[in-house]
Design a protein around this ligand. Sequence first.
Ligand code: SAH
Length: 267
Amino acid sequence: MRADMRCMAQSGIIYLVGAGPGDPDLLTLRAARLIERAELIVHDGLVSREILRMARSDAQLISVAKQRSKHTLPQDDINALMVREALAGRDVVRLKGGDPLVFGRGGEEAEAAHAAGVRVEIVPGISAANGAAAAAQIALTHRDASSIVSFVAGQCKGLKDQDWSGLAGKGRTLVIYMGVKTAPQIADKLMEDGLAPEMPVAVIENAARPEMRVLRGLLAGLPDLVSRERVRSPALIVIGEVAARSPSGGDLATDTTLARIATEAAQ
Ligand code: SAH
């Protein structure tokens, strides 16, 4: 047997597993089975406690989440840790919030594993956009309101220079991940691109978790809404006509938050 084949045969598998938005009931069966049998779980901060509690009592859980020092383990160190464990023969369940391939660095981790000759399996999860839309009963597409939906990262290098033109507007839905801190820049950017200040927005904080909040308003009032309501991560921002539709079909003009913000915007 060739040396590299022997290495493949002995090494463990890295499972890049999506944990969904937080509710254990929203895990795939594959994810639940892998979590329940794992000996080693490497997880990030978005994975809920309820889900981590599903692990065996003798499982080793390694958090690569932000610590009090505010530092996450650098991505290269996470890759090296997983590859080292897999090459030593252990299976690694790398558990991530939502879906591993949506703003989850799953691609980078898969590349690092492949480069080291380690097998990878990717298990999809319910991404925050899907989980939040369902929990808040906001249709991301709707035949009367939106036929395009885009997901963007609101916190990334050169946010101002990112080309979002055409992603938001009439007949479209824009879902912004990681946009809480940059809400003022996001609102300015979109209005500079020509989006109406009255475009409806919804902010969904802690979607699919017991402490979920759904706040609605208008684009011009987004920064104020986020600061006044002290919105904290994780939260998603949905921009488009769908954000003002109520599950019963009518619009949400009677919603107190929306009404208040509409009044403020008009002043
Ligand atoms: N891979 C993840 C996204 C990771 S980026 C996924 O597919 O969902 C982290 C961002 O996801 C957060 O800043 C927030 O915008 C969003 N997010 C994740 N979980 C969330 C939740 N339960 N409620 C609202 N937003 C969430």
